[in-house]
Each structure stands twice: as C-alpha cells, then as structure tokens.
Design a protein around this ligand. Sequence first.
Ligand SMILES: Nc1nc2c(ncn2[C@@H]2O[C@H](COP(=O)(O)OP(=O)(O)OP(=O)(O)O)[C@@H](O)[C@H]2O)c(=O)[nH]1
Ligand SMILES: [Zn+2]
Length: 406
Amino acid sequence: MTNMDSDSDDEIPTLVKPEANAEVGEQDDEVPTLIASSDEKPTSKVPITIVTGYLGAGKTTLLNYILTEQHGKKIAVILNEFGDSIDIEKQLTVSDQNSTEAKPVDFVPLANGCICCSVKDVGVAAIENLIEYGGTFDYILLETTGLADPGNIAPLFWLDDGLGSSIFLDGIVTLVDAKNVLRSLDEGEGDEPEKLEERRHEDGHGHQGPLLTTAHLQISHADVILINKTDLVLKEELQKVVDRIQSINRLAKIKTTTKSQVPQLEGLILDLHAYDEVTDADLKFASKGHSHLDPTISTSTIIFPPLSPAQVDNFDLFLRTILWEDDLPDNKTHDIFEIHRLKGRIPVKDGKTLLVQGVRNIYDMKEARTSDGANSADEAKLVLIGRGVDQPAFRESLIATLEAKR
Ligand SMILES: Nc1nc2c(ncn2[C@@H]2O[C@H](COP(=O)(O)OP(=O)(O)OP(=O)(O)O)[C@@H](O)[C@H]2O)c(=O)[nH]1
Ligand SMILES: [Zn+2]
C-alpha cells in the first residue's frame, strides 16, 4: 500500500481489501459507517499493536494477511500516517478539545469479523472515535508510516492520560526487509538527510557519533521483529541480518518470514503483553551476552544483588536520573548515552519482585503478581537498549546509588 504514504494532503485514503474477501466490501466507493449507541461503551481496555517497519518492508502485506486469517478476534486495522511527533501532539490537543463532538470514522467490515479503517489526517482522534463509536471489536492494529519513530508513538497509548484510558499498548512489531536492512542501518538509505543530521550526536569528546537511522529506531523499540522477504536473500546473508538485529535489540523476539506470513498470530502479533509483564524468560537471552556488531545501538544488561526494601527509593532515583536527565547519579563520569527501551526484574528481600518498563524517558515500576514471582534469592536484572548503554559506569553508578544513605 505504498500510495498511503505519499505526501499529498488531498489524496483520498485507500482502504485495504484483501483479494480473498473482495466481495465483502461490495460497492467500492460506498464506505459503511458504524455508529453504536452511546450507552454501548466498551467496558475494558482494547489492546493495540503498533506495526512499524521501513518503507516497503511488508507492513501492509502483514495486515492483509491477518485480515484474511481466522483468528476468532474482531480486529480493527488502522492505516495511518502516524509519523511526526509534532503532528501527533497537535492531533492529541485537537481531539481533547473536540471530544464531545467527535465524528464517526468510516470502516469496512470484512468477512472474518474484522473491520478496517483508513485514516489519513485525523490520527489519535480517529482512534478515540473508533473506540467511542465502534465498540464492537477486541483488537486494534495500527500501521505507521515507514519513517515513523515508534518511540514517539508508543507513549501515547501506554500512559494513563491521553488515549491510555480506553486503549492499552500491547506491543510494537517491526518488519524489516531482509534484502535492504543492512544498507538502511549503515547508510540511512531512504531516510531524510536533515533527520539523520539531527540525530547525530557528539560522543562527549567532540567526535561525531555514528549514524542513527530510522531503521535503528524501529529495531531498538520493537518487541517482535519480523525479518521479511527471506526469499530474496541467501542463507548466509539472512544469518548476517539476524546477528546484526540481535546485537541491537536482544529483548525482542525475532522471526523470519516470507510475504509477512507469521507462523502464529498469538504471542507474535497479538497479545504480546510487552508493556505489562516482564518475565524471567524475557530477560534471559538479553543477559547472556552481547556483541558490538552495530556501532550505533546495543543492548546491555546490568546484573546486581536483590534490593533491601530501603534501597527501592534509591533504585528509583537511579532510573529517574538515567531516563529523565540522561545522566548518572553521584556525578559518575560517563560518555553520552540515550536509552530507548528498558526492562527489569528486581527482587526485593521482603519477597516482592519489582518489574520495570521504560520507553525513552517514560517508565513504570510495579510489583510482580506473586504467582509469577521469582524468589528473592535471584539476582536482579536491568536491561537497557540504546546508544552508549554499554558502559561499565552504569553498573558502578547503580551500585553506588543503592549503597548511598539518603
Ligand atoms: N519478494 C518478496 N516481496 C514481498 C514480501 N513481502 C512483501 N513483498 C512485497 O513488497 C512490496 C511492499 O510491501 P508492503 O506490504 O506494501 O510494504 P509496506 O511496509 O506496507 O510499505 P510502505 O507502506 O510503502 O512503507 C509489495 O509489493 C509486496 O508484495 C516477501 O516476503 N518477498
Ligand atoms: Zn504500507
């Protein structure tokens, strides 16, 4: 669906209609509008999966595939021009002011119970309307533009304010094009040159750091990465791609696909729970080691002893300082860094386990339900994904902060 991504503002959005179900949409130019009565408010939050990926990686192919599969869910698919953070903020404000006079959104019902909605300019407001008027579906899939930075979009659905009251972020799925991804990572091919220049930063010694491309941002924020178009590469080439992607993001599940055909939807696209649960298994692979295959972004794991209850506040201070101030507490000297994603499981000696989640400068810390609790003898693990996170100073600063009397 490359025509969705053109820049012309007056272009009429195209609706996705899987060929197999072509008869369902009936008249092509008459789009049905679903309007539910106002008392049909959804009672629980609807999960949303963000589908991101570089230009032409296979996002629309994936959504079409899902819309034709039998999965027993009513899925609302939104094709959107989500991209620029500034636009999104504008849209949020507009939708807040107009929330009482929101207009219905147009949907196309599909054979397997799914509905499809194509939104070009309304963005967040459209999703609110979808919830308000639709109410009859149990999942939302949102395709972003190829140049979108998921780090700007994810917080909109994760936080309690804004949209978080009716929707919760289930996960971010990133598609990469096996044939082109290495070139995108190395050269920023397809990226806007000004954006690349903006994202370059100095390494703290006055040297320009390596290129941070859109492909990096989409991989570093992903919970699931589908390496698509495997038919276009040789086995050895594919292995190189897998290795490179793993070196950037060791938390994400990685699967290889052709024509975006995922082996199963559950746990790969739907119901990831990537922003509420942090299981031991989630962190296991990440903490097994790391490599420096990518000069720009890497995954790093800090392992430390369980906290005493009195150290919890100090741990929180450490998180606030690294995420909000891009700095390490206790004046620890360090190179410049930038954290994109963070996950942790922190046992406390009173028997609780703290679960930590972060995207950019937003984080959430809560207690694990006792049923999934690791016992307090386990080590604590904090996994960081980003630029410059692979510095010994992180662990040193954390230990010093935990031990400090405040
Ligand atoms: N050879 C090959 N082609 C594929 C595969 N998956 C998708 N394609 C083709 O690649 C092209 C782009 O796929 P889309 O699904 O439109 O990609 P997209 O990510 O939605 O693209 P944009 O919205 O333009 O960013 C289409 O012509 C697809 O048919 C694959 O596994 N192998
Ligand atoms: Zn597309």
